[in-house]
Design a protein around this ligand. Structure first.
Ligand code: PLP
Length: 441
C-alpha cells in the first residue's frame, strides 16, 4: 500500500468537502457580499467555507447540504443543554407569550440573580449580553474601585473579542487600551518575581485569569498557581477576577469551588441562559454595591444601563436552565468527558503518536492537539505547538464521517451526550489513526 502524505490527504479532503457541500459554499459566497468573511462571528470562519446549518435537534445538526452531524462542539460550551431541550423551549415560548422588551423591570432577573449567586457563592451580580461585556465591566469596576490602572492577564488567554491574548508577546490589535501586563500562564516563579516589582504591584488594579484556558487549548491552571494569584491580589490590594465564562460548568459551584481559591469577582456567560445570549459579572458586595443607584451612604455610584441586560428570553431561560442543571447532571456530563479524554489519549498511545497528537482538558471540555509535545509541557502557549495541517486533516476526517467539532480541535459535551455518542467519536477518531498514524511517526 502506498502511504499518502499529509498534504496529499489534505488536498483530497478539501476537494471532497467542496464537492459534498455545494449549498454551504453558495450560502458562504452570497453572505460574503455583505458580511466580511461570510459570517458575523469570526470563530465560525473555516476555509474553504464553513458548513451552513439549517436545523438542530438534541445533539444533531443538519446542514443545508442534507448532511447530519453528531455535534461535539456544543456551541463552544453555550449549548450545554443541547439544541432543543423541551423545558428551555417552553421557557422561551412562555417569554414570547408574555411579550418582550418591557423597558422596565421584570420578575425574572431577580430570580436568575438569586440562582446564580447561590450557585457560585457570589454576593451580588449584574447581567450583560456576553462574556466579553462581563469581563469589560469587571475590569472597569476594578480600576475604579482600586484607583489603579494595571491589569495582569496571561498568554494564551481569551476573555472576549477585545480581550484576546494569544501569547505573552501577542495581543489582538482590537484589544481595549487598558494597561495590560501579559504574564506566562501557570508560572508561579513569574508571580513571585512580580511581587517584588513595585512599579507593577503599586499600580495593579486586577488580575484576570481563566482557571482552565478554554480557547487557548484547554490547559488547566495548577492549584498552586491560582493560590499564588490569590496571594498577589491580597498583597497588592488588587482584585482577583476568575473568568468562569467557560469553566463554571466544570464543577458544581464552578471550578473555583473545586480548587477552593476564592476570587473577588467572577465573570460568567455561555450556557447559563440555556443557550440565549448572556453574560454576568459579580462578586463581593463591597465592590458591586457601586451599582446601587439608591445607596444612601454617599459612596461611589456607577451606572450600567445596557438595553438588553434583562432581556426576558435570557432571564426566563436562565432560571429554567439552572433548575435542569443539578449537581448530579453536571457531574455526570463531566465524568463522561473525563473518560472520553482518557480514551482518546489511550488511542493516541496505542497508535504510537502520543508525542504528536494528544488531548488536554477538564471534564466535559477538551482540546485535541497536533504538534510536537514535550514531556511535562502541557501548558505551553497553544500558538507555538500547532501542526496546522494535521489539525486540519483530522477535522476534515471527522466532518466527512459525520462528527462536528471546532476546526481547532475543541470539543464540548452537553448533558445530552451519552456513552454511545462518545463511542462513535472514538470509533471515527480511531479510523483517522488507522489511516494517518504513519504521518505522525
Ligand atoms: C473564557 C472566556 N471568556 C470570555 C469569553 C467571551 O464570551 P462571549 O463570546 O459571550 O463574548 C469567552 C468566549 O469564548 C471565553 O471562552
Amino acid at each position: 500500500m502506498v502511504l499518502r502524505t499529509i498534504s496529499e490527504g489534505l488536498s483530497d479532503a478539501i476537494s471532497d468537502y467542496i464537492s459534498s457541500n455545494p449549498a454551504s459554499k453558495s450560502n458562504h459566497e452570497n453572505a460574503s457580499q455583505y458580511l466580511p468573511g461570510g459570517n458575523t462571528r469570526s470563530v465560525l470562519y473555516t476555509s474553504p467555507f464553513p458548513i451552513t446549518f439549517v436545523f438542530a435537534n438534541g445533539i444533531t445538526l443538519s446542514s443545508a447540504d442534507g448532511c447530519t452531524y453528531l455535534d461535539f462542539l456544543g456551541e463552544y460550551t453555550a449549548g450545554l443543554f443541547g439544541h432543543s431541550n423541551e423545558q428551555i423551549k417552553n421557557a422561551i415560548q412562555d417569554a414570547v407569550e408574555s411579550g418582550w422588551g418591557f423597558g422596565g423591570v421584570g420578575v425574572w432577573e431577580g430570580q436568575l440573580a438569586r440562582r446564580v449567586c447561590e450557585r457560585f457563592g457570589i454576593e451580588r451580580c449584574r447581567f450583560t449580553n456576553s462574556g466579553t461585556e462581563a469581563n469589560l465591566m469587571a475590569i472597569a469596576v476594578a480600576k475604579v474601585v482600586t484607583h489603579k490602572k494595571k491589569i495582569l492577564v496571561f498568554g494564551g488567554a481569551y476573555h472576549g473579542s477585545v480581550l484576546a491574548f494569544p501569547s505573552t508577546e501577542l495581543q489582538s490589535p482590537l484589544n481595549v487600551p487598558h494597561e495590560f501586563i501579559v504574564g506566562p500562564y501557570n508560572d508561579i516563579k513569574y508571580i513571585q518575581s512580580l511581587q517584588k516589582d513595585l512599579t507593577i504591584t503599586n499600580d495593579l488594579a486586577a488580575i484576570l485569569v481563566e482557571q482552565m484556558q478554554g480557547a487557548g487549548g484547554c490547559h488547566a491552571a495548577s492549584p498552586e498557581f491560582l493560590q499564588s494569584l490569590r496571594e498577589l491580589a491580597d498583597n497588592t490590594k488588587s482584585i482577583l477576577i476568575f473568568d468562569e465564562v467557560m469553566t463554571s460548568r466544570l464543577h458544581p459551584g464552578g471550578l473555583q469551588s473545586y480548587h477552593g481559591v476564592k476570587p473577588d469577582m467572577t465573570t460568567l456567560g455561555k450556557y447559563l441562559a440555556g443557550g440565549s445570549s448572556f453574560g454576568c459579572f459579580g462578586g463581593k458586595e463591597e465592590i458591586m454595591k457601586a451599582f446601587d443607584e439608591g445607596r444612601s451612604d454617599g459612596g461611589l455610584v456607577l451606572s450600567h444601563p445596557g438595553t438588553f441586560n434583562n432581556n426576558v428570553i435570557s432571564m426566563r431561560a436562565g432560571c429554567v436552565a439552572l433548575e435542569i442543571l443539578t449537581d448530579d447532571v453536571l457531574v455526570e456530563m463531566n465524568t463522561l468527558g473525563e473518560g472520553m479524554r482518557k480514551e482518546l489519549n489511550e488511542l493516541c498511545i496505542n497508535y504510537g503518536v502520543q508525542e504528536r497528537m494528544w488531548v488536554t482538558g477538564v471534564g466535559s471540555l477538551m482540546a485535541l492537539h497536533f504538534g510536537e509535545r514535550k514531556e511535562g509541557d502541557d501548558f505551553r502557549e497553544y500558538v507555538e505547538v500547532k501542526d496546522k495541517d494535521a489539525e486540519d486533516l483530522f477535522w476534515f476526517w471527522m466532518i466527512e464521517n459525520g462528527v462536528y467539532l471546532a476546526r481547532r480541535g475543541f470539543v464540548a459535551l452537553t448533558i445530552e451526550h451519552r456513552k454511545e455518542h462518545v463511542e462513535r467519536f472514538l470509533e471515527v477518531a480511531e479510523g483517522f489513526l488507522k489511516t494517518w498514524a504513519h504521518v505522525f511517526r
